[in-house]
Design a protein around this ligand. Structure first.
Ligand code: PEP
Ligand code: CO
Length: 447
């Protein structure tokens, strides 16, 4: 690594997974416009998240990072934002109350618009088309013209991220996330299910605890912690031109921050040590993540730690393990031990989704709920064996009653997938499966 860094120094490196924009000058004009727009987040907020993640790295808190695989420009409305937030708040309450650990809440939201793809083309109904790369790049409609990257989408993604973030701030600071409203976060279709009933029971206990505190003379109305939550945004910072345009120098510290989100992460396909993403990420001061898949070697992971967090700041780097249920128990422990022995205070999070994707008999991309839970169990076992802290989970979900992942309490089978398969990229847990997962994780944490 060269010592010199600036927001565009990544341009000297090979950049994987970048859109091939048809008109370079039009793209440059868009990036220049974006560079003049206000930042979406304030650097001080990213520093707060860094310190919260520092507590996770020390084993004193747990990270819940969750949201859509690929946010859709078509699902850009208040209901969709509110329902996703409600579900994440519900999961966080389950984890906090059942396991008794503080939960750091980070959404894959307000900017999760770019998708890496394993192939440049994909087959849609027998026709080979350029791959859909997320709504920030192109349109998923199955025509060649829809798939042409359009730089105006970068501006569109910025505005949609800003509005989403605005509503999230309003909800989380304006009374919606008040502990006295825990019952109201339960959605109708979930409330009638076993998981929903389990949640209702837990919410009832929280009510009683709040009444108990009030009866003891504790003025709960004056405790801000009970009435608002800190909720942070994150996405895969894939399209580097966009991220560079939103990277700003903090006036308080002089440090550079990628102000497109509080936290950004590097995907499994773009974590090459000499590549552009590592170069960009090493210079920004946000808390950052990096996916670690089954092909990662101990040397590679140590290289990532050294490149991305040479000063060993706790909470700066979250390693997101996504090994697959069948590999996590073998592959993860040596990496956990080596990272610990090298003195790197990372947050370890488990993404139990991306290593467990397969094509169903009916031809749909899916994941089985059992494999997802099994990977999480394997992740906890690996940490227990090595003596490290299983710091968090990273999941793809939607609050909607979709049928994209198999299994769960509803025992969704192959033939159910067609009922409501709505994702524009990977299969997501639905509301019930997500809540179920939160109870399972809480159980593992308690042990
Ligand atoms: C993702 O998180 O949506 C993703 C593409 O993951 P990965 O980079 O781990 O494949
Ligand atoms: Co995904």
């Amino acid at each position: 690594m060269t010592a010199e860094w600036n927001p565009s120094s990544w341009r000297e490196r090979p950049a994987q997974q970048q859109p091939v924009w048809p008109d370079e000058s039009a793209t440059d004009a868009v990036l220049k416009t974006l560079n003049g727009y206000p930042p979406l987040v304030f650097a001080g907020e990213s520093r707060n998240l860094l310190s919260e993640l520092g507590r996770v790295a020390q084993g004193e808190a747990f990270l819940l990072q969750a949201g859509d695989c690929a946010e859709s420009f078509d699902a850009f409305n208040a209901t969709s934002i509110r329902e996703r937030l409600k579900l994440i708040l519900q999961m966080a309450v389950v984890l906090t109350y059942s396991a008794g650990v503080p939960v750091v809440k980070v959404g894959r939201i307000a900017g999760q618009y770019a998708k890496p793809r394993s192939s440049n083309t994909e087959l849609v109904d027998g026709v080979e088309l350029p791959s859909f790369r997320g709504h920030i790049v192109n349109d998923p409609a199955p025509t060649a013209s829809a798939r042409i990257p359009d730089p105006n989408r970068l501006i569109d993604a910025y505005h949609r991220s800003a509005s989403t973030l605005n509503l999230l701030r309003a909800f989380t600071k304006g009374g919606f996330a008040d502990m006295n409203r825990v019952h109201a976060w339960n959605q109708e279709f979930v409330a009638s299910s076993a998981e929903g009933a389990r949640y209702e029971a837990l919410a009832g206990q929280i009510d009683r605890a709040l009444r108990f505190m009030a009866a003891c003379g504790i003025d709960t109305t004056s405790v801000p912690r009970l009435h608002e939550v800190d909720f942070y945004t994150s996405h895969e910072a894939l399209v580097l031109g966009y991220e560079e345009a939103l990277t700003r120098q903090d006036s308080l510290t002089g440090d550079w921050y990628d102000c497109s989100a509080h936290m950004v992460w590097i995907g499994e396909r773009t974590r090459g040590l000499d590549d552009a993403h590592i170069e960009f990420f090493r210079g920004i001061h946000n808390p950052i993540g990096c996916k670690v898949g089954p092909t990662a070697t101990v040397e590679e992971v140590l290289g990532l730690c050294e490149a991305l967090n040479p000063e060993r700041v706790p909470g700066r780097l979250t390693l997101i393990s996504r090994m697959g249920a069948d590999k996590v128990r073998d592959h993860l422990p040596p990496i956990l031990g080596a990272v610990r022995d090298a003195g790197h205070p990372v947050v370890w999070a488990c993404d139990p989704m991306h290593g467990n994707t397969f094509t169903s008999q009916g031809g749909r991309k899916t994941r089985h709920f059992d494999a997802i839970l099994d990977e999480i169990r394997g992740f906890f076992e690996a940490h227990a064996g090595v003596g490290t802290w299983p710091g968090g989970v990273h999941v793809e979900l939607t609050s909607d009653d979709v049928t994209e992942c198999l299994g769960g309490a509803e025992r969704l089978g192959d033939s159910d997938l067609g009922l409501r398969y709505e994702t524009i990229c990977d299969p997501r847990l639905n509301g019930r499966q997500s809540l179920d997962l939160a109870f399972e994780v809480a159980e593992l944490l308690r042990r």
